[in-house]
Design a protein around this ligand. Structure first.
Ligand SMILES: Cc1cc2nc3c(=O)[nH]c(=O)nc-3n(C[C@H](O)[C@H](O)[C@H](O)COP(=O)(O)OP(=O)(O)OC[C@H]3O[C@@H](n4cnc5c(N)ncnc54)[C@H](O)[C@@H]3O)c2cc1C
Length: 319
């Protein structure tokens, strides 16, 4: 919050922006810059005590941890947990946020959410999305060049920042980043094994289990867990690998098949499903668990897989 020493600074009119997506242009750029610099010279931050900052952060975070430990039946809230804040996980969170009677926790082991969707293929900028996934871009107000059968977003980061912003603005979504899902909460129920939550820890703790003594995790109970942990890797495909080790998935995960854009994108969306009761696979973890082809640098399947997973989750609750 800026506090001005002087209130007599010049207010300059803006030329009306042509579209909501274009930043307003100052009518007199030189005067605008001079005025802005004068404002910085005149400004001073409002005072604050250091302890206030500490208390503010701690109180809010701890109360959110308590709030998200389990479903609050009294408030008739239904709790979903999404593992992984990549393109699929965030698309899922945004779609779930449309339902005010659910609360959504996104668990992301990285400090920075977004997964592999800050760039296009081979670390280039633009993002190719095949139709009809452009409809999701329209909903998020992400501009693109229409090329007929596909569209191109000028930078993948534009999509990622948009879906991230929409998800975080929703009052029923909470992102716990720098928190890793170390394990699944698995229950033996009448119909067999079911997933009923996740086992979490600070990522820095997870990374240091081998160098420190035992550091126990936390548990978040959830009616439905969506797992979107991406490709196999040090953390990726973690739910699929855990279920395999428990014998809940056949041993020898197929892993993603060779690149074939035309079959892969449809297959990932079609195979986005509740593989084990309470656990829905989305994004590239679907390819790891089910063995469909990889699609390379086309991203439509990640967006639609996340959206489909959200609707499957809503349906699972009503069952
Ligand atoms: C080797 C390789 C091959 C690729 N091939 C393809 C391809 O064929 N097709 C394609 O579209 N894209 C490919 N990509 C690009 C990119 O990874 C994906 O398009 C896209 O990012 C996948 O989206 P996602 O949401 O499924 O997973 P990601 O974007 O990878 O997001 C997963 C998120 O989950 C988090 N996470 C993982 N495990 C845990 C855990 N235990 N706890 C908490 N958080 C966790 C990760 O930190 C990450 O942020 C490839 C990338 C690589 C590195």
């Amino acid at each position: 919050m800026f506090m001005r020493k002087s209130t007599s600074l010049l207010r300059l009119p803006f030329v009306r922006a042509k579209s909501a997506l274009v930043t307003a242009v100052p009518s007199d750029p030189a005067a605008y810059v001079a005025n802005k610099l004068a404002q910085f010279d005149a400004m001073q931050f409002t005072p604050i005590r250091e302890s206030t900052v500490s208390r503010e952060m701690t109180r809010r975070y701890m109360s959110e941890m308590i709030d998200y430990a389990e479903t609050d039946v009294r408030l008739e809230m239904h709790f979903w947990c999404i593992v992984g804040a990549g393109s699929a996980g965030l698309s899922c969170a945004y779609e779930l946020s449309k339902h005010p009677d659910v609360k959504v926790a996104i668990i992301e082991q990285n400090v920075a959410p977004g997964g592999g969707c800050w760039l296009g293929g081979q670390l280039m900028s633009s993002m190719v999305v095949r139709k009809p996934a452009n409809e999701f871009l329209d909903e998020l107000e992400v501009p693109y060049d229409d090329k007929g059968d596909y569209v191109v977003v000028k930078h993948a980061a534009l999509f990622m920042s948009s879906v991230l912003r929409k998800a975080l603005l929703a009052p029923n979504v909470k992102l716990f980043n720098a928190v890793a899902v170390e394990d699944l909460l698995v229950k033996q129920e009448d119909e067999g094994v079911a997933v009923r939550g996740v086992v979490t820890n600070w990522s820095l703790v997870t990374q240091n289990h081998d160098t420190q003594s035992c550091m126990d995790p936390q548990v978040m109970e959830a009616k439905v867990v969506v797992t979107a942990t991406g490709h196999d890797g040090p953390m990726g495909a973690s739910s699929a690998k855990r279920l395999e080790s428990l014998g809940a998935l056949p041993s020898g995960l197929p892993g993603m098949g060779a690149l074939d854009m035309n079959t892969a994108e449809d297959a990932v969306v079609q195979m986005t499903s509740e593989v084990v009761p309470g656990l829905i696979f989305a994004g590239m973890e679907v390819a790891e668990a089910r063995g469909c082809n990889r699609m390379g640098p086309t991203f439509g399947a990640m967006l639609l897989s996340g959206q489909k997973a959200a609707n499957l989750a809503i349906q699972a609750l009503r069952r």
